[in-house]
Design a protein around this ligand. Sequence first.
Ligand SMILES: [Zn+2]
Ligand SMILES: [Zn+2]
Length: 388
Amino acid sequence: MLEQAMAIRDQLAAWRRDIHMHPELGFEETRTARMVADTLAGMGLEVQTGIGKTGVVAYLGEGRPAVGIRADMDALPIHEENDAPYASQNPGVMHACGHDGHTAMLLGVARLLSQMPDRPAGQVRLIFQPSEERADSENKSGGLRMVEEGALDDLDAVIALHVASEKPAGKVGIDAGFITAAEDSFYITLTGSGGHGAYPHYGVDPTFILAQVINAIHGIRARRIDPTKPAALSIGAIHAGSTTNVIPSKVEISGTIRTYDEVTRGRMKSELEQALHVARALGGDFELRLVPGYPATNNDAAVAELIRTTAEEMLGADALLPPEQGMGAEDFSYMAQKTPGAMFVLGAQFDDRDRPHHTPVFDISEDALPVGAAMLAEVTCRLLKQKG
Ligand SMILES: [Zn+2]
Ligand SMILES: [Zn+2]
C-alpha cells in the first residue's frame, strides 16, 4: 500500500497545492467541495454534496461492514506570510492547520482503494466535512452537522488523522482513550456601581473585584479539582473602562475551560460559578454564561490498536511517536462518539523553522502525504476484514 501511495505522491501534492492556494473558511468551502466532488466523480465514485451545508460524502462498495474515513476542508482567517509558489491566493485566509493536506490524502485514499483489485468486501465511506475550526450561528461545527445529517449512520468504525507541523514527517502518533479535550467557553460580567476616580469609597469598583476573582478562578484547577484529572482554565479577554478618572461600572471577562472526562467538566463549571461569588461578598455582582464546545475525543481502544500495529508493520517500529494527549479540541470527537473510531497524528515537519499550527508561517512537508494516505487506506482494509 505504501508503495502504491508513493507512486501517486505528485498527484497528492498537486491536489494539496490546489486546495492550499484557494483556502475557504468554515461552511464556505464551495470551491473545495466542488473540486473534491469532481475529482471523486472522475474516479467513478458515487458522490453526495451539500451534506452538513458544504460537506461531501462518497462511497466505494456497499453494505456492511462499513468504514468511514474523515477529512476536514476548512481554512482559517489568517494572512499567509510564506512565499511558496502554492501560497494562499485568498488574502486573509490560509490553510494554517493542514486541512488541505487532510483533504488531499483522503482523495488519495479514494484513488488507492478504487484501483485496488482485491479490496475487502464492504463499504468505504469518504467523509469530507466542512468547518472543523468554527461553529455556525447555532453553535454547531461541521463535524456535528455531518453526524446530525446522517453521514455517520450505519458505520462499523470511523478513522481520521491530523497532521502535526512540529513532529518529524511521516511519523505516526496513536493512543487509546482521550486524546483531545472537551472545550467550554465562559463569558462573565462583573458589576459594581462605577464612580469618580477621586472618590472610590462612594461606589463599588468592579476592577478591584476583578483582582480577587482572577485569584479565585485560577485557584480552581489548583485547589478544587482532582490533581490526577486533566483540566485547564484560561482567561482570554478582559475589558473594562475607557478613561483615567472614571471607575467603570462593569468588567467583562471571557475564556476557555478544557477537560477530558464529563465529571471534571461539570465540576470546573460549577466551581467557576462558586468562585464568582467573591464578587457578591465585595458588594458587586456577576453574571456567568457558559457556551459548550466540542466534547473530548475518545479513541476506541481496538481501533487505536489496529492503527498502531498497521503503522508498526508498514512503517517500522521507529516510525511511532511516543503517545501524547493534548488539551486542544477537535470536532472529530462527535464522530467518535457516534461510531467506534480513532484519530492518529501524522508528523509533517516542513523544515528546521518553527511553523506552529494557526500561524502565518505554518507549512507541512508533502513527504507526509503518501504516508498518511497509505495509513488511512491500509487501516480501512484491515478494519473491513476484521469487521466482515
Ligand atoms: Zn486547527
Ligand atoms: Zn485542524
